[in-house]
Design a binder for this molecule. Structure first.
Ligand SMILES: [Zn+2]
Length: 433
């Protein structure tokens, strides 16, 4: 393109001396100006394309400004995550790419997840602009296409698969199951599902029951999320088929009573939504997903959020032996059958941890302690705290003396009769000597 425009410009230059009139020169000059504008635009487009980075083969922890993963790999050095680079081996499916799902997708993309499968049948509207992620110029595009376009630009290392389908239809459910079962990087897995986690970010119970059905059938762990219609509360929940309650074990009243939730919507009234609540729930969801995938910290079973009271309730729900979902009952049986194996594994792990702890304490007490490292009894530290006002939560200890102590130290200085003027005179005398 650039070359062709350059040839055209050269041809126009060649024409100039032979032109018969001033008018013809003016017209050719106008054409030249347009051609030069096209050349500039073409250069801008090439520069923008060069701006999106190339794929990176290996995640590195190198601390340079050009490494998009340096801050994430630093989690290893900080002792939070042992194996951050493993994130590239994980596939996560997000059902519903709306206010929560799109933000969750962006977070996982920026974290360098291996593969993202996005499911939604909706299109982007200007009415979605009060939330994060989508841009006004994407209005009219399918949410999956718009999301793939943006996410591919943010991180080209992530394998992105957009599925424009409604999982609640018969055909959609089949394709959803097919997509979850598709292989990734030829990885061997024990389960029927080929994804590591499903995140439900849908806005209706029918779709949640569908995701529940699919995950129960596949024995697939998933996380559910939701934001209330008044936009000021939400929750996330971990669902492990057979181990925790499934969505049908304790169904919401609308589902249990068999009412079609679409009939509950009032004409001309839409649900409220806030980018803040949506962003908070997406953050809590992806935080839990990262902890689950990379095995660090406490993986929450249920975490609620009430914006008006700043209240974060937590709870755990065991599966219901009378659950209406047949696949859930089947997973519950398998979970019970596997109990001896899990117990043996847990015992072996506990024994290994004990042996490891014993080894560490033996090394710490070794006589050849050339660094003079000494262990301080935590009880002693506690005993050194004098007043109740200096109480610190468990696990924290003071490095500097408390404020009362500092006052005492200052009071210990000997009283002097000299004022500032006397001291200044003494100083000048010394300098004069
Ligand atoms: Zn159940």
């Amino acid at each position: 393109m650039e070359e062709e425009v350059k040839v055209l410009l050269a041809a126009l230059d060649g024409l100039m001396p032979a032109l018969p009139s001033q008018h013809a020169v003016y017209q050719v000059a106008q054409i030249k100006e347009s051609a030069e504008r096209i050349l500039r635009l073409s250069n801008d487009i090439s520069a923008a394309q060069l701006g999106s980075r190339k794929k990176i083969q290996e995640m590195s922890g190198e601390v340079v400004g050009s490494n998009p993963y340096s801050r994430l790999m630093a989690l290893k050095r900080m002792g939070i995550v042992n194996n951050y680079e493993n994130i590239r081996n994980f596939s996560v499916a997000i059902v519903g790419v709306g206010g929560v799902g799109s933000v969750a997708a962006e977070m996982l993309t920026r974290c360098g997840i291996g593969r993202l499968l996005l499911f939604d049948y909706d299109t982007v509207e200007l009415a979605n602009m009060n939330r994060l992620f989508f841009r006004p110029q994407q209005a009219g595009m399918s949410k999956t296409d718009a999301a793939v376009e943006t996410l591919a630009d943010i991180n080209p290392d992530v394998v992105l698969e957009g599925y424009k389908l409604n999982v609640s239809t018969v055909d959609g459910f089949e394709k959803f199951m097919e997509a979850l079962s598709k292989d990734f990087k030829g990885m061997q897995r024990e389960s029927k599902s080929r994804v590591d986690l499903v995140l439900s970010c849908v806005d209706n119970y029918e779709a949640r029951m569908v995701v529940n059905q699919a995950c129960n059938e596949l024995g697939q762990t998933w996380m559910e999320s939701g934001v209330s219609e008044d936009a000021v509360s939400g929750h996330i929940q971990l669902l492990v088929p057979g181990e925790t309650a499934c969505f049908a074990c304790a169904p919401p009243l609308v589902v249990a009573s068999g009412v079609d939730e679409r009939t509950l919507k009032r004409e001309g009234v839409c649900a409220a939504s806030l980018p803040t609540t949506m962003g908070i729930i997406a953050g809590l969801l992806v935080q839990n997903a990262l902890k689950y995938l990379l095995s660090f910290g406490n993986i929450t079973k249920y975490l609620g959020y009430s914006a008006l009271k700043d209240f974060f309730p937590t709870m755990e729900m065991l599966p219901n032996p009378q659950c209406s979902n047949a696949s859930c009952l089947q997973r519950q049986c398998e979970y019970a059958e596997n109990k001896p194996f899990r117990d043996a594994l847990e015992k072996a792990r506990a024994e290994a941890e004990l042996a490891n702890a014993a080894l560490v304490s033996k090394v710490a007490l070794h006589e050849d302690n050339e660094w003079n490292i000494s262990l301080i009894d935590e009880d002693e530290v506690q005993a050194n705290i004098d007043t109740p006002s200096e109480f610190l939560p468990d696990g924290l200890s003071r490095e500097l003396p408390a404020s009362e102590k500092q006052v005492l130290i200052e009071d210990d200085f000997p009283e002097t009769e000299l004022d500032l003027d006397d001291l200044q005179r003494q100083f000048q005398t010394l300098n004069a000597d």
